[in-house]
Design a protein around this ligand. Structure first.
Ligand code: FES
Length: 56
C-alpha cells in the first residue's frame, strides 16, 4: 500500500527503514522523502513506524 504518493513510498518501505534503525518520521523523510512534500502522509507514516517498532 502506498503511504506517500508524492515519493512513491509504501508501508513496506517504511517497515524496512524501521528495521534499519529509522526511529522518527523526520528520519524517514531524510531516507525516503516521506512527509517532505505535501505532508499528508506524515500521520500514517508515524503510525506504521510505531507499529513496526513495537512488533520486534
Ligand atoms: Fe508524502 Fe505528499 S504524500 S509528502
Amino acid at each position: 500500500m502506498y503511504v506517500c504518493l508524492c515519493h512513491g513510498v509504501t508501508d513496506r518501505d517504511i517497515r524496512e527503514a524501521a528495521e534499519n534503525g529509522a526511529s522518527s518520521v523526520r528520519q524517514l523523510g531524510k531516507e525516503l522523502g516521506v512527509g517532505t512534500q505535501c505532508g499528508r502522509c506524515a500521520s500514517m507514516a508515524r503510525s506504521i513506524l510505531k507499529e513496526a517498532r513495537s512488533s520486534d
